[in-house]
Ligand binder design. Structure first.
Ligand code: CA
Length: 216
């Protein structure tokens, strides 16, 4: 899962990015509204954490422009706990929001929730044959036995599972599993797919020649 954080307070931006990476997300960052909108509009994110008060373009304007073309789930980060802001956020198409200062665990939970809703899932558990994925704990089980996956392997499994039945292209996977700071060598998608098959079963992810991958 790849997240964009648009936030102009450097310390908060840095600590949020680090915390989300530790949770296993690929994370891109933008320190102002212009760059934030550019990235949100041009790349495929699974969710965006969007600050309201930003230099160059504020969070509301970004959201308004983004909603003309994209449904990317957006979590607004607002410093002001005011009814006016809440109503405005919902009207403009925000999926949820969090009032600063917030608890990191709450941020993680809300992000999982808006990502899940955008994939039309209502619970944290996804069952696919013998494989069970707990998206809150980020654990994967085969026949109720916990399987050790790397952060990247988990991200691959979760993204594919949320798009079960769809053919996911390699381009989509690159876009959703790796962030702007990833080096080419860590981007070995085939290796991750092959490792997941070894751990969860050869048929778990099916290759669709010329198209991509699918969980059926
Ligand atoms: Ca701000």
């Amino acid at each position: 899962m790849r997240i964009l954080i648009v936030e102009d307070e450097p310390d908060l931006l840095r600590s949020l990015a680090q915390a989300l990476r530790e949770e296993g997300y690929a994370v891109d960052t933008a320190p102002d509204g212009e760059e934030g909108f550019y990235k949100a509009d041009n790349y495929g994110y699974d969710a965006i954490c969007l600050d309201v008060m930003l230099p160059k373009m504020d969070g509301w304007e970004i959201l308004k422009r983004l909603r003309k073309t994209k449904k990317t789930p957006v979590l607004m980060l607002t410093a002001r706990d005011q009814t006016r802001d809440r109503v405005r956020g919902l009207d403009t198409g925000a999926d949820d929001y969090l009032v600063k200062p917030f608890d990191l665990d709450e941020l993680f939970a809300r992000l999982r929730s808006i990502i899940r809703r955008s994939a039309n899932k209502t619970t944290n558990e996804i069952q696919i044959g013998d494989v069970k994925i707990d998206t809150a704990a980020r654990n994967v089980f085969v026949k109720d036995k916990l399987v050790e996956l790397t952060a990247r392997e988990y991200a691959l499994v979760e993204f594919m599972a949320l798009h079960r039945g769809e053919v996911v292209t390699r381009t989509q996977l690159y876009e959703h599993l790796f962030d702007e700071n990833d080096e080419t060598l860590s981007n070995l998608l085939d290796v991750h797919v092959s490792n997941v098959r070894k751990k969860l079963g050869a048929e778990f992810i099916v290759t669709r020649r010329g198209h991509g991958y699918c969980i059926e």
